[in-house]
Design a protein around this ligand. Structure first.
Ligand code: ZN
Length: 287
């Protein structure tokens, strides 16, 4: 297992962590100043500054990407909506390619309209079928573009509105069906916040192996958790056995970045420099 206490070479910052403090160009500057080697930006953050400017800045600062957030949200109320979702995923793949991302992260979606409180139907099995079909079709385009797709299972508390793929096992079943030989770049993003509770976690991490794990996201699970989306904890402040989990992930063959991703009203209210310094310190001590 790698020693994270000596330096923060393996650390990546998911730029949602400081999205309320700074626009993306300032986040990149703040990361570069600290010798952080990688980030994982969101599409809206890139669009707000401009794709060309961000691509240039990444090149100038030498920062790598550990992923690009995000594609997915395939299920739709009707056929036209599903086609729009596929179009949008092709654009996301193109953007990921422009930024030299190692993968596009997929938050697959679930009941259409649920995110805004107005689900078009309640048929989660239908949503799962559309997710499978959406990934299948997007994978064709992604293979041609040379862009790996990382399915991110989300905690079941988000099964209605954000993702109907909620366990690593479900995600890997999709990978096995669509890319049985692991030769087409379909894999998973293991976000420990979403999967830490799973009794099958260890066995599924070993099933995935290094080849299928395309990204590893860390933060912590707070007790009590006060918000279903925006109350993630800083590493060390919660109950996830982060070192044990990283041990399994590395033993399975994963040797990529360890990406800190914290959506938190608390941390968004702190100065950005303090948040990044805390991420570095906790990453070295607790992950
Ligand atoms: Zn994540």
């Amino acid at each position: 297992m790698r020693d994270f206490s000596a330096n923060h070479e393996a650390l990546s910052i998911n730029t949602a962590t400081v999205r309320k403090q700074w626009p993306l160009d300032e986040i990149i500057e703040a990361c570069a100043r600290r010798g952080i080697r990688a980030i994982s930006p969101w599409r809206d953050q890139v669009a707000n500054v401009g794709m060309k400017a961000i691509a240039r800045q990444l090149k100038d600062t030498g920062l790598a990407l550990s992923g690009y957030c995000r594609g997915g949200f395939f299920p739709a109320a009707d056929k036209a909506g599903f086609i729009r979702a596929l179009d949008d995923n092709r654009r996301a793949i193109d953007e990921a390619k422009s930024l030299n991302a190692p993968c596009l992260v997929l938050v697959v979606g679930s009941l259409p309209g649920a995110l805004t409180g107005a689900p078009a139907h309640r048929d989660i099995a239908r949503a799962r079928e559309e997710v499978f079909e959406g990934i299948a079709q997007s994978l064709e385009y992604a293979v041609e573009a040379g862009m790996p797709l990382a399915i991110e299972p989300l905690h079941p508390m988000q099964a209605a509105d954000r993702a109907c793929v909620n366990t690593l096992e479900q995600a890997l079943d999709i990978c096995d069906r669509l890319d049985p030989k692991a030769s087409r770049g379909l894999g998973v993003a293991v976000d420990i916040y979403h999967v830490w509770w799973d009794p099958k976690l260890k066995e599924q991490i070993f099933r995935a192996g290094g080849g299928r794990i395309l990204a590893y996201h860390v933060c912590d699970w707070l007790v009590p958790t006060k918000d279903l989306v925006n109350d993630r904890g800083m590493m060390g402040d919660g109950v996830i056995e982060l070192k044990k989990c990283r041990g399994w992930v590395e033993e399975s063959g994963y040797a990529g970045f360890s990406e800190v991703e914290i959506f938190s009203d608390h941390w968004w209210s702190q100065p950005g420099d303090y948040v990044l310094d805390t991420c570095i310190e906790r990453h070295g001590r607790c992950v």
